[in-house]
Design a binder for this molecule. Structure first.
Ligand code: ADP
Ligand code: MG
Ligand code: MG
Length: 879
């Protein structure tokens, strides 16, 4: 027969899938000799059995449970339901993964009108006995009969007010008896059922209610948010009660073996005297700091310290402990690995290595990369945040927290910033023309667009907070209003954004800067020893690159030249180049641009100081640079001395129906070779200049959107010729590479041919994802949520690489590329280069590097180290 019930001494911490986290740890603590009130656990398998049989608890499981209850009676010398010396128990839910506050617990079960008198006689304490009884009726009513707990709280408050009491502890036994009668009336009036007096009925109903609580909506939502499997089910722990509500030598509390917000190795916690269960967290009375216990009950305090030290050593991690003191005697009721801030996580992991308790590799494996963002960006002041209204939630497009005044176009945002305000740029979506406004704002909020929309990508590059695709708000850019169902905001109003959660708040919230301490640096030095992947930065400017290098970038994986084109002083030349009708005209504009680009590249090469710099030649369709409004067209016509009508016509001609699939990337160079030739010359001439300054340079010239060998062959020949001419003229030869961006499915499939012409492949996984799925990057978020909800896709493929489809194409390209060109350098420069799950995939493929936006670099480095440690460990298991 299958075993569904385990006494605490039969389990261990390894059994958390079967016993739940709480049950497994109660078993472990029992077995290492800690003072845990005895009890047993009904397994998660029993929960599954219950759910598989239409929410019916099988007779076999019930009988097995009864056997364990009898053992518990022997262990405690008390009898369940007895009128003279009743055994009271708690019924505690406990899933395999902690879901704090999501599920239910009932205390003091076994009490009824008779046994409460038995308890009173046995303890000689009427007050605490009736206090237990009223707590039980309240919790049972809430959990089992769904009587809202505020109804009970209200009755309690009314009674306190009648008597002019401030604290619950002032209620006398007689008061409590009166309250109990009121509670019983609530049962009838709210649920239409009486409070059940039979303890066995109480028990059965409580167990099934805990099983049912696995399915309650808030638990289901929590599981979805935290990616916890719905099938796991919850265990139920039945434990004999200990009483913290029996006077001033009793109490209950919570302690952390180290400080969970700073990581400092100092015992930390709170407790309340004469209290039970959740009173500490419920905020009914203000708890005392744990250090006071040292003064009032030094022996108990010392015991608690010993327990904490033992548990931490046993679990080799910071523990979060629940304890109860009954008449001066300490009991431990729960331990689990404590939740902590990113700062604390790093400090604790590094300290544990220093203390000789953890290896460096283990410390690296412990770091939760999704938490690291917290470390690098400022965050909201916790207390103020709690007092703020959340307005809407969008996509967490670029992490960090920001607070400021809203402006509806780039110009207004720039002006506000120049006045010294903190501006938040609010747009339906951003375009390259908004760059300056984005740069001068403290944050960006868009109503449309996904995780790889223009706003998201650029904001991440700038390390700027961004919430994108927030479709609960309506933005009217011309009227300059932002509307939600309940609020209308106008220019200059205050908003606060959290780019790590996607939340938008009304008003101002103070920020706190985070600090990267010495411990972080030390951890990152271990990361460098462990990782195999090189981590580069996507940087369009010397400034981006500096930030990237500060975070440990080992080169530039992607420098997008077009972002330089939008600057005020050059956009006219760019436009002149585009609308030129003759080659001569175009060459004049290109000559101007070349000088400007040389200065840009020189700036980046200087900062890179010999590290490789991958520069992508012009990628977007030309019409993106053209003026759009009549006003702008007229202005340009004036500047270039052309008739307005003619210019309008030209702009119209250059328009494209689907620019993402249009005249862009290397296709521009096939029709206008002089553009890429100019850029290659600018790259090499500035490289020579920097070389002459005595600084090493290594440019990689990248041709985007290649789909066939012939394209790259033709372009490479032209670029090489131009570069050879420069070398001959300057009497100098510098090393450089020419390669391709791999971002079109056809390029993956014909990678063996392309590799004959390319010295490197850089996977542009954003476009590759878009083209593989046929999903538009900018519109996909309108339906991708439904794809995730219906489990068509496990996760947004623009955030984390789709290994089955897009990943298979990358794998093909890697294999084919190596076949014809074993020396081929390969890396990734899409957003996926900063995503931990994708990084694990790229590590396994044996790529040389990943490249990501500056603020993602520490995350990418840690993920790369984790991937390589994991691989080593798996190899060891195989041998
Ligand atoms: P949660 O998972 O919400 O923390 P718990 O099952 O841990 O719920 O219980 C809620 C509170 O009741 C905790 O403070 C716990 O310490 C206390 N508690 C649970 N069982 C007992 C018991 N047998 N005796 C005394 N207090 C208990
Ligand atoms: Mg608990
Ligand atoms: Mg691309």
């Amino acid at each position: 027969m299958r075993k569904f019930v385990y006494h605490f001494n039969e389990g261990s911490k390894e059994m958390k899938y079967l016993l739940g986290g709480k049950g497994a740890n109660l078993a472990e603590m029992t077995n290492i000799g800690l003072p845990v009130p005895p009890g047993f656990t009904i397994t998660t398998e029993a929960c599954k059995d219950y759910n598989d049989h239409n929410q019916i608890l099988s007779d076999d499981i019930y009988a097995e449970m009864m056997t364990h209850l009898q053992i518990l009676e022997q262990e405690t010398g008390k009898k369940f339901g007895d009128a003279t010396n009743p055994l009271l128990i708690s019924v505690r839910s406990g899933a395999p993964f902690s879901m704090p506050g999501m599920m239910d617990t009932i205390l003091n079960l076994g009490l009824n009108d008779l046994s409460v008198q038995g308890l009173e006689n046995a303890t000689n304490d009427a007050r605490s006995s009736y206090d237990c009884y009223r707590r039980f009726i309240q919790m049972f009513g809430d959990v089992v009969y769904n009587i809202p707990s505020y109804r009970f709280e209200q009755a309690l408050t009314d009674l306190k007010n009648e008597n002019d009491y401030k604290l619950d502890t002032q209620l006398t036994a007689t008061d409590l008896q009166k309250l109990i009668n009121q509670y019983k009336d609530l049962y009838i009036s709210v649920s239409g059922r009486e409070f059940p007096q039979n303890p066995f009925e109480q028990l059965r109903l409580s167990i099934t209610a805990v099983f049912d609580s696995w399915e309650n909506p808030r638990a289901a939502i929590y599981r979805r948010l935290h990616h916890i499997d719905n099938q796991l089910g919850t265990a139920v722990n039945i434990q004999s009660m200990v009483f913290g509500n029996t006077g001033e030598s009793s109490g209950t509390g919570i302690a952390f073996t180290r400080n969970p917000s700073t990581g400092e190795n100092l015992f930390f916690g709170e407790y309340l005297l004469n209290a039970q269960g959740e009173d500490v967290v419920a905020g009914i009375r203000t708890p005392e700091p744990i250090s006071h216990l040292e003064d009032t009950m030094p022996e108990v305090y010392q015991k608690l310290l010993d327990v904490a030290a033992l548990l931490e050593l046993h679990y080799l991690d910071m523990q979060d402990i629940e304890f109860t003191i009954e008449k001066g005697e300490l009991f431990v009721l729960q331990t689990r690995t404590g939740k902590r801030t990113a700062q604390a996580a790093i400090n604790i992991a590094v300290d544990l290595v220093h203390e000789g308790k953890l290896s460096k590799e283990d410390a690296i494996m412990r770091i939760d990369t999704s938490q690291i963002d917290q470390l690098l960006h400022p965050s909201f002041d916790e207390a103020s945040l709690k007092a703020t209204t959340s307005l809407a939630t969008g996509l967490p497009a670029s992490p960090g927290a920001a607070t400021g005044q809203i402006y509806f176009n780039a110009e207004d945002a720039v002006l506000a910033a120049e006045r010294g305000e903190k501006a938040i740029l609010v747009r339906n979506e951003t375009s390259p023309e908004d760059i300056e406004g984005m740069a001068k704002s403290v944050a960006i909020l868009t109503a449309h667009g996904g995780m790889t929309s223009h706003a998201a990508v650029v904001a991440r590059g700038m390390g700027k907070c961004c919430v994108a695709g927030c479709d609960a708000i309506a933005i009217d850019e011309s009227q300059k209003t932002l509307q939600t169902a309940t609020f209308t905001l106008t220019e200059g109003d205050f908003l606060s954004l959290n780019g790590s959660t996607g939340k938008v708040y009304l008003g101002q919230i103070p920020l706190v800067e985070s600090e990267i301490g010495g411990h972080f640096e030390e951890l990152m030095s271990w990361v460098n020893e462990a990782k195999k992947l090189v981590v580069r930065v996507n940087a369009d400017s010397p400034n981006d690159l500096e930030v990237g290098l500060h975070f440990g970038a080992e080169g530039v994986g992607l420098c997008r030249t077009e972002h330089m084109f939008f600057q005020d002083d050059r956009i006219t030349y760019v436009r002149q180049m585009i609308i030129a009708e003759t080659l001569e005209e175009r060459l004049i504009a290109l000559a101007h641009l070349k000088e400007m680009q040389k200065a840009d590249f020189a700036g980046i090469f200087r900062v890179a100081n010999g590290k490789p710099v991958n520069i992508r030649l012009l990628d977007p369709p030309l019409h993106e640079f053209l003026p759009k409004t009549t006003q702008d067209i007229e202005k340009l016509a004036g500047e270039l001395g052309k008739p307005v009508v003619e210019l309008k016509q030209r702009v119209q001609d250059l328009g494209e129906t689907n620019p993402m699939l249009g005249h862009r990337g290397c296709r521009l160079a096939i029709t206008f070779p002089e553009i890429y030739i100019m850029q290659a010359e600018a790259i090499m001439e500035s490289a020579i200049q920097i070389h002459d300054e005595g600084i090493a340079v290594f440019p990689e010239i990248m041709v985007p959107l290649v789909s066939s060998k012939e394209e790259i062959a033709i372009i490479k020949k032209q670029l090489k010729e131009a570069i050879q001419t420069i070398f001959r003229r300057e009497q100098l030869v510098l090393p450089f590479d020419i390669g391709t961006m791999i971002e079109i499915p056809r390029a993956c499939v014909t990678a063996d041919e392309i590799a004959e012409e390319a010295q490197f492949f850089s996977f542009g996984t954003n476009d590759l994802t878009q083209l593989t799925f046929g999903f538009s990057r900018d519109d996909a978020n309108k339906f991708l949520y439904a794809y995730q909800e219906q489990k068509i896709l496990p996760i947004d493929p623009f955030q984390s690489i789709d290994q089955k489809g897009v990943g298979a194409l990358v794998t093909t390209a890697v294999q084919r590329g190596r076949m014809t060109n074993p020396a081929l350098k390969m890396g990734v420069c899409g957003e996926h280069g900063g995503d931990p799950a994708s990084i694990h995939f790229f590590h396994k493929l044996g790529l040389q590097y990943v490249s990501c936006s500056p603020y993602r670099i520490p995350i990418a480095r840690i993920a790369a180290a984790q991937a390589s440690i994991l691989e080593e460990r798996q190899e060891k298991v195989m041998v």
